[in-house]
Ligand binder design. Structure first.
Ligand SMILES: [Zn+2]
Length: 94
C-alpha cells in the first residue's frame, strides 16, 4: 500500500535576507527622530537609511542597525576601506 506523500509546504521558517533587511515604518520614524533628517556623519540634508550591520547578520532590522547618511557618506561608507572601518566601529558601539 502506497503511503500518501504529504503535500509539500513551501513555508519558510527563516526570514529571507530581504525580510531581515526590511525597514518598518516604526523603525524609519525612530531613525528620523534620532537624526532629525540629517546625515549622521556630516549633517547634510537629503538622507537615506544605510545599514550599519550587514543584512545577513540580522534577524530583523532595528533602529540600531541603521544610520541616516547623505548620498556621498553612504557611498563612502559602503565603498571605501575607511568607510567600512567606520561602520564596523559603529556596529561595535551598540
Ligand atoms: Zn553625509
Amino acid at each position: 500500500m502506497a503511503i500518501p506523500v504529504p503535500k509539500p509546504k513551501f513555508k519558510r521558517h527563516k526570514p529571507t535576507a530581504k525580510q531581515r533587511g526590511e525597514v518598518t515604518k516604526k523603525v524609519r520614524d525612530q531613525l528620523e527622530a534620532r537624526s532629525g533628517g540629517m546625515c549622521e556623519r556630516c549633517g547634510r540634508h537629503g538622507v537615506q537609511a544605510a545599514h550599519i550591520t550587514r543584512r545577513w547578520k540580522l534577524k530583523k532590522t532595528t533602529v540600531n542597525d541603521l544610520i541616516h547618511l547623505c548620498i556621498s557618506c553612504h557611498h563612502w561608507a559602503d565603498n571605501t576601506a575607511d568607510g567600512r572601518k567606520w561602520l564596523k566601529r559603529l556596529e561595535g558601539q551598540k
